[in-house]
Design a binder for this molecule. Sequence first.
Ligand code: FMN
Length: 398
Amino acid sequence: MRLSGKHILLGITGSISAYKAADLCRLLVKEGADVRVIMTPAATGFISPLTLSVLSKNPVGLHMILPDDTWNNHVELGLWADLMIVAPASANTMAHFATGTCESLLDAVYLSARCPVMIAPAMDHDMFLHDATQENLVALRDRGNIIVGPASGELASGLIGEGRLVEPQEIANAVIDFFKKDLPLNGTSFLVTAGPTREPIDPVRFISNHSTGKMGVAIANALFDAGADVTLVAGPLQIDIPKGIKHIPVSTAAQMFEAAKSVFASQSGAVLTAAVADYTPETVATDKVKKKEAQWTLPLVKTVDIAEELGKMKSPKQVLVGFALETSNEIANAQAKLKKKNLDLIVLNSLKDEGAGFGTDTNKITFIGDNLIQEFPLKSKVGVAGDIVAKIIQLLHA
Ligand SMILES: Cc1cc2nc3c(=O)[nH]c(=O)nc-3n(C[C@H](O)[C@H](O)[C@H](O)COP(=O)(O)O)c2cc1C
């Protein structure tokens, strides 16, 4: 939900592409934005206000003066918004905006809005190329309005050329990018490993562990919400991966290492939450092992230590965070790991703590860093992810 808590005014004008505004509205709401729609009277000839009121879950503003002689408070609407988007923006409405003409509720809200305004023009090719439209566009851009598009392609008139409304998903992306630039991890990228690994014994059996991937996905999500590009290298997970996070599915420890190694060099850092197998069967039987002997000894060999290998690759600018699940001598073991593996931070969780560990929705962690031992109370995994991301932001700027 990359637009959670954002107030967005969506202005719709009388263009044949007005139907696409319904999709844009839906995408913005899906990303968590509170959307209020204002339509010009001409827009209602192309799409019904009812559609937009259902999709935005808010009444649609149409007129400055209401039938009961009250008014639609354009000043209040203009102050409420964090961002105003006009999509599609007709040549007529752009001319109003450029000249300060105030004939519709949308014009009035535009003139009173203090927030940034995004304008996505949509019109026929020749209307768009006309000197009047081009001059209005330059004036609007020079005044700080963000112009999105138009795109080139087939137009409703049958002409081919510039004038198409940019696709709703692209406008939604522009909105997300607009808000992203203020986020603390904008411009950074992080690798997160999550979930268990599976080490095959034969075609039907494997060695694995109880990791569900909940903690790793919560961290990937928190990094993403803070503006980072996130790549999640994950073993088989029991939860969905939120949209926007790049997912590289793997199974064995060796595959996880190869995937993590290939991504790590280009990242600002990595958070290694995966419960990676320490040992893997020396050989994998090609056929299912039959139940014959009273005892079965399975030779195991050490897997590659992903944290240690990434620690060797780490540049001074990168932040490397590891997880440690200990059952005894927790702090001393974690401190030793921190040094040996060249990590910046270890997030320690102990199986002794109730509510911590595998499968739970909560976790109780301690940060172990250079001269740092910081204990946290039991929190939701989402809350814990927030603490870890706050620490990463600190480490990145240190
Ligand atoms: C079928 C049809 C399609 C239209 N499509 C567009 C369009 O894509 N872009 C545009 O600027 N005007 C278009 N117009 C003209 C506008 O609807 C007209 O200029 C109207 O006054 C715009 O009012 P508004 O800016 O208040 O919404 C179209 C008109 C018709 C009848």
